[in-house]
Every structure is written in structure tokens, then in C-alpha cells.
Design a protein around this ligand. Structure first.
Ligand code: XIL
Length: 380
């Protein structure tokens, strides 16, 4: 970032930090409450990173000790055109994190979503050769990981390579490179930064079949002598799933059995009904038009639903605390309910309440139920 951009950012961030004083300063900080257990992280949107949402960066600095970019470190954002990188927003987030001693996770080096078409095509629009695609992957990973070598200490290297049934997902990466593209991506990432923590990241990893698929895949990477350090369980949950929390516990244990630490990388618990039972998870290909029947809480979150959500959050954290030795970090996918992708997925234009802070940045029942597990209660 040049000096002008940086000072504009610092000014904006300072304004945002000093925005609404509220009684929020008295709220216990998640990062302190769970300091002995795991890091507590949060995903930041571009406007938030740039200090354009009053109060948000202040809350983030007080509450969290890890950050992930919700979008700005994805391939389409960093390298929309071959060789033409745009670092501005990613740099701003990394600077913010450094100023507040937060750990940064780079999300994500290889994915089938939010990746420009040019990556997979030659000049005539035909699929590129294996060699060409590997070269592009290598260039991208070296440029991105290299730039942030000392400041981004963990990377979601590969995102969502496995289907819910444990088979490999059919994507251009898989079609052009074959299954060992996952191993190749980890090999390149480890070359670019041998000391970074390298994760495989996916959703619905509590499903036994999907867990087994990922175990198989991680074993292949390890058998090739390539470094992989952990698994990111995205954690896009709902009031009805995971149906059995034991499945989540079993997945953490299975990954630990391979010497891999787990992180919950994108935690949110939607309260809205899923329009179809097949559409839990987080497949971005699902995109349904608004149907008000599935949008019942536009006027606010009813207390009984807030209580159900608080109980779900509590169950999830009970599992994570019981396995704290194998869990490195728990990152929420958004700061507050007003800025959550769940308002737009799997159905556009709904009003969801998936996070611990409400639209006014105040802690919800779910917040208190989670910190309550550590004996922390609201001040009288
Ligand atoms: C989502 C972002 O939150 C949205 O802003 C964007 O429009 C689509 O992607 N799994 C992931 C995340 O790994 O990158 C996705 O983030 C949510 C599902």
C-alpha cells in the first residue's frame, strides 16, 4: 500500500475505532475468555477492512485475535487478470492485523469458486494443458504467499475439493489436473513458505462419508511426503444440523489421528429454515430466488428462536472445548448479523441472525451462552 492509501486507511480505521462507545467496552472479550483454549477469529468484508462500517474495527480489535478475509484474498480479487495483481484491500487487512497482534489466515489459494475463467482457458477459450494450469497455480501461490510471508502465518491452501459423499468434486482443477492437484497445491504452498501452517478447508465435515473422503485425501498428501498441518471445518451450521454433535467430535478426532489440528474456520449458525433438506452445507452453486415463506423473522429475532440458537452454539462450543487440545482456532464467518453471507445464501434477500453480535453490534443470547461455558456472565 502506498503511503497515501495507508494514511487514509489509518484515518478511516481510527474513526471507526472511536465510533459508538456504547456499553460494549464492558462486554467480555471472546479472545480473553477462550485464551487458554483456542484463538477466536472473524472474517472481515472489504468495507469493514477499509474502516467504512462504524464501530466494526473497534469491536474486532477488542474481541478477536485472528482474522480471515471474507473475499479479498480470493483468486478473483487478487489476480482478476493474468499477472495483474490487486493487493490494496488484502494489504489493508494484513496491516490492521499486525497493528492488533492478530493472526491472519489467507483464504484461499485454490478453489473452484471466485476464480476467474482465464485460469482454466487458453487464448482460444479451450481448456489449458496440465502443465499450463500447474504453472499458473505455481505463479499465483508464489506471488500471494511470497508477498505475505512473515505476516500471514496460515493458509487455506485448498478449499472444498470433496463432495458430501466423500468423492472428489468435479471442478476444472480436478478435470485438468486429476486428483493429485491437492497434493500439488500443498507442495507449492510449502515451497513458497516452509514455515506457514497449511490447511485443507471444507464444509459439512461432520458428515461421516465426507470426513472419510478428507481423511483419504490427507493421507495421500502425507504419503507423497508433502506438508499439510491441519483441517479447516468451515462450520456453516443450522438449528437442525449437525444433527448429532458426536459426528463433529468424531471428525476432530479422526483428523487428530493423522496428526492434523482442526480449526473451525467459518462458523455461523443460521436460524432460518433451509428451503430444502439437501441445501444445508455451503455450496455456492445453490442460489434460490426469495420466497417469503422461508423468511419469517424480518421484524427481529424472536426470543425463543434466539434461545434455540444459543443452545446450539453452546453444544458446538462444548465439543470444541472438550477437544481443545486438537482445535487451534475458531473463526466466525462475519462480525455481526447484518453483514453475513447467510442473508443471501442459499436464498437471496432474507434476514438471518447467524452470529454472536446483532445488527447493532451488541452481544446476543448466543454470545452469553458461549462465554457462560467458561463461567462468564453479563455484568449486573
Ligand atoms: C462467501 C462470502 O461470505 C460471500 O461474501 C461471497 O459472496 C461468497 O463466498 N465457503 C467459503 C467462503 O469458503 O469463502 C464463502 O464465503 C462461504 C462458503
Amino acid at each position: 500500500m502506498n503511503r497515501l492509501t495507508r494514511s487514509t486507511f489509518v484515518l478511516a480505521a481510527t474513526l471507526a475505532l472511536s465510533a459508538p462507545a456504547v456499553a460494549e467496552e464492558a462486554t467480555p472479550a471472546l479472545k480473553d475468555v477462550f485464551a487458554d483454549d483456542f484463538r477466536i477469529g472473524v472474517a472481515l468484508g472489504e468495507h469493514q477492512i477499509l474502516g467504512r462500517e462504524p464501530g466494526v474495527l473497534g469491536l474486532v480489535a477488542r474481541q478477536f485475535n485472528a482474522v480471515t478475509a471474507e473475499n479479498v484474498m480470493k483468486w478473483a480479487e487478487l489476480q482478476p487478470v493474468e499477472g495483474d495483481y490487486d493487493w490494496a484491500a488484502a494489504d489493508a487487512m494484513v496491516d490492521f492485523a499486525a497493528d492488533h497482534e492478530m493472526r491472519v489466515t489467507g483464504h484461499t489459494l485454490l478453489w473452484h469458486q471466485q476464480t476467474p475463467d482465464w485460469v482454466f482457458e487458453d487464448a482460444d477459450g479451450n481448456p489449458v494443458s496440465r502443465e499450463q494450469l500447474l504453472e499458473r497455480l505455481e505463479n499465483h501461490i508464489h506471488a500471494v504467499v511470497g508477498r505475505y510471508k512473515d505476516r500471514v502465518r496460515s493458509w487455506d491452501v485448498v478449499n472444498e475439493a470433496v463432495n458430501d459423499d466423500g468423492s472428489m468434486r468435479d471442478t476444472p482443477w480436478y478435470r485438468i489436473l486429476g486428483e493429485d492437484y491437492v497434493t500439488e497445491a500443498f507442495r507449492i504452498a510449502a515451497e513458497a513458505d516452509p514455515t506457514a501452517t497449511l490447511l485443507y478447508n471444507d464444509y459439512s465435515l461432520f458428515l461421516p462419508a465426507k470426513r472419510n473422503g478428507v481423511v483419504r485425501l490427507m493421507k495421500k498428501v502425507q504419503a507423497a511426503g508433502v506438508k499439510v498441518d491441519g483441517v479447516g471445518l468451515q462450520g456453516h451450521y443450522g438449528l437442525g444440523h449437525p444433527e448429532d454433535m458426536q459426528d463433529l467430535a468424531d471428525s476432530i478426532a479422526a483428523f487428530a489421528g493423522l496428526g492434523l489440528k482442526s480449526s473451525i474456520t467459518e462458523l455461523d449458525i443460521a436460524v432460518l429454515p433451509f428451503p430444502s433438506p439437501d441445501h444445508f452445507g455451503a455450496d455456492l452453486n445453490v442460489n434460490m430466488a426469495l420466497n417469503e415463506q422461508y423468511n419469517p423473522y424480518t421484524e427481529g429475532l424472536p426470543a425463543d428462536v434466539a434461545a434455540q440458537q444459543a443452545a446450539r452454539y453452546r453444544q458446538v462450543f462444548e465439543v470444541l472445548l472438550a477437544h481443545a487440545d486438537d482445535v487451534e482456532r475458531v473463526t466466525f464467518w462475519g462480525v455481526h448479523d447484518g453483514h453475513s453471507w447467510k442473508n443471501g445464501w442459499p436464498m437471496a434477500g432474507r434476514t438471518d441472525y447467524p452470529l454472536l453480535f446483532d445488527r447493532q453490534l451488541q452481544p446476543k443470547a448466543a454470545f452469553w451462552s458461549v462465554v457462560g461455558l467458561k463461567g462468564v456472565t453479563p455484568a449486573e
